[in-house]
Design a protein around this ligand. Structure first.
Ligand code: GLU
Length: 552
């Protein structure tokens, strides 16, 4: 559409304060100087204080694409809806994603912005949006609409009655043909307006497009004069997305598939503005299996829909990322089998391997991955991960754990390092209960001795063991003492013999071991009793053996 003088006049009337041009911004934000094939991605959350697990899923794709190709991954804050904004939300986003190892190269930070394509908070970009808006008005591509809520509602009702498509278009677009004089009068009267796109689309039109995962698509063309700027001069998501991703030079837009229904708006805007469309990936929703059916992971119903759930429960970040990679790329698990020792950041993520169906969230699988990961970690790694978790979520335990780091690491080293490491821990929050008996403050014994043993047998086991116990015994001697004592007290040291004739014995060697375990740890399940005794040391072992006798 050519620049008619009336459009120029209208543009000045609506945006008298805007003196910049799109060219100014093209120069200010030049194409990025990156190697061939480098991908530029972003996440663009709204600062509502709620981070959905699906955000991490999308962010992981963004991060991998950018960092695998020498590109840029940045954070943009979509704060156009002031009502929904929550204080501290940006910090929460940065902190949350940071904990999962996702690092931004550019964008919003807690304090100010970092990077040459900012500002990265949408409300600070009003001048840019309005510059593009003004230019569109000049080109006849946008116009002000003074309709009130009631008028819009009336239009909707009339459309319903006629069986017409909903929206603001054609004969329904009351203000599409207003003259500059009419507009001037309305403005003088102080009427508020939104700026609408003058859509050239047809109701039966089609637009071709591509989603990197879903493939080529044909969508209905947009014929609706959608709102570009709201009455406060702040853009809608649609307008801001197109302008921001153009001027921030995003090459790949990864976003939830809820945006597919308005994808044709964005395609039309890119085309009308003469800008290159980015590559799009619309990610499927996370689904939850419920009986035989699947449903969307719900913010309201499912605690696991919230990213903070994984942090407070103490899922190791790498486990969560690893799990998401199994969901994202069908070949990840094969790769993992072949490369058990590599970090998951060494895996080359390929969007073409992503599934198009919804990803079913499987917490058991996540737990399984997490358990295996924890079992392979060194004691020091477990110590560090647990301490970081506890500092935030279990401060009292944090004090105990970090009081003597060498002691805590000794505890956490039990059963680690061999070819078949123990799998006692799934999440960091399992650690407090797992180690509580090592600390006097949390040692709270429950003396559940094997109930088929007589009281005096238990007492005898404890007495005799106290007499024999020397803290320097190695594992072999330690165990041979238990066997000696077993035989002495008329228990079976040999399990086969015991099974052949249980009535001939008072019990067997595992009963004896259990009595010692319960006395020393106050639990029926614990890591290896020998290792536990070594760590507790002579005084405490003797103290505990004697204390256990008191309850008999
Ligand atoms: N603010 C939008 C959202 O939170 C961003 C969508 C996008 O990535 O473009 O859904």
């Amino acid at each position: 559409m050519e620049c008619m003088p009336s459009n120029l006049r209208l543009a000045e009337l609506l945006f008298p304060h805007i003196d910049k041009t799109p060219e100014y911004y093209e120069t200010k934000y030049p194409p990025r100087n990156l190697p061939e094939g480098a991908i530029v991605t972003r996440i663009a959350p709204s600062p509502t204080g709620y981070i959905h697990f699906g955000n991490l899923y999308g962010a992981l794709i963004d991060e991998r694409l950018a960092h695998q190709t020498g590109g840029v991954f940045y954070l943009r804050i979509e704060n156009t809806d002031q009502k929904r904004e929550v204080e501290g939300a940006v910090e929460q986003i940065l902190d949350g994603l940071n904990k999962f190892g996702l690092r931004f190269d550019e964008g919003a930070t807690e304090t100010k912005d970092r990077g040459a394509y900012g500002p990265y908070r949408q409300r600070d970009r009003a001048e840019l949006y309005q510059t593009i808006a003004k230019d569109m008005v000049k080109r006849g591509l946008a116009y002000p609409c003074f309709c009130t809520e009631e008028e819009l509602e009336d239009i909707r009702k009339a459309q319903e009655k006629e069986g017409a498509n909903f929206g603001y278009y054609g004969k329904w677009a009351k203000h599409a043909q207003d003259t500059p004089e009419q507009i001037e009068t309305a403005l003088r009267e102080g009427k508020s307006f939104v700026l609408r796109l003058r859509s050239p689309g047809r109701e039966d039109g089609k637009v071709r497009c591509r989603d990197l995962v879903k493939g080529d698509m044909e969508l209905p063309e947009n014929f609706n004069d959608i709102v570009l700027l709201k009455s406060d001069g702040i853009p809608t998501y649609h307008f801001a997305h197109v302008i921001d991703d153009h001027f921030m030079r995003t090459t790949h837009v990864v976003r939830g598939e809820e945006w597919l229904s308005t994808f044709h708006y964005h395609l039309q805007l890119f085309d009308l503005l003469g800008w290159q469309r980015p590559v799009y990936i619309h990610t499927p929703h996370m689904l939850k299996q419920e009986g035989a059916s699947k449903r969307k992971l719900s913010k309201r119903k499912d605690p696991e829909a919230r990213l903070s759930f994984y942090l407070s429960e103490g899922y190791p970040a790498e486990g969560v990322v690893e799990y998401l990679l199994t969901v994202l790329n069908s070949d990840f698990e094969d790769w993992r089998k072949k490369n058990p020792d590599l970090s998951c950041s060494d895996f080359r993520f390929r969007p073409e391997r992503m599934g198009t169906a919804g990803a079913v969230f499987d917490i058991d699988k996540l737990r399984d991955i997490s358990r295996t990961l924890l079992s392979r970690m060194s004691a020091e790694e477990v110590y560090r991960g647990t301490a970081a978790w506890a500092k935030e979520y279990a401060p009292e335990f944090y004090t105990l754990l970090t009081r003597d780091p060498a002691y805590s690491q000794k505890i956490l080293s039990i059963g680690r390092g061999g070819p078949k490491p123990r799998k006692d821990l799934t999440v960091w929050s399992d650690v407090p209960e797992y180690v509580d008996f090592f600390f006097e403050e949390t040692f709270d014994p429950v003396y559940l001795f094997p109930d088929h043993l007589e009281q005096e047998d238990i007492r005898a086991i404890l007495d005799r063991y106290v007499q024999r116990y020397t803290p320097d015994d190695d594992q072999q001697i330690w165990f041979s003492k238990i066997r000696e004592l077993t035989a002495e007290l008329g228990f079976a040291a040999d399990m086969k013999a015991y099974k052949a004739d249980p009535a001939a014995y008072r019990g067997n060697v595992s009963d004896v071991s259990m009595v010692l375990r319960v006395a020393v740890t106050g639990k029926t399940a614990s890591p290896d009793t020998f290792a536990v005794m070594q760590i507790l040391g002579k005084d405490r072992v003797l103290q505990r053996l004697n204390r256990a006798k008191e309850v008999l």
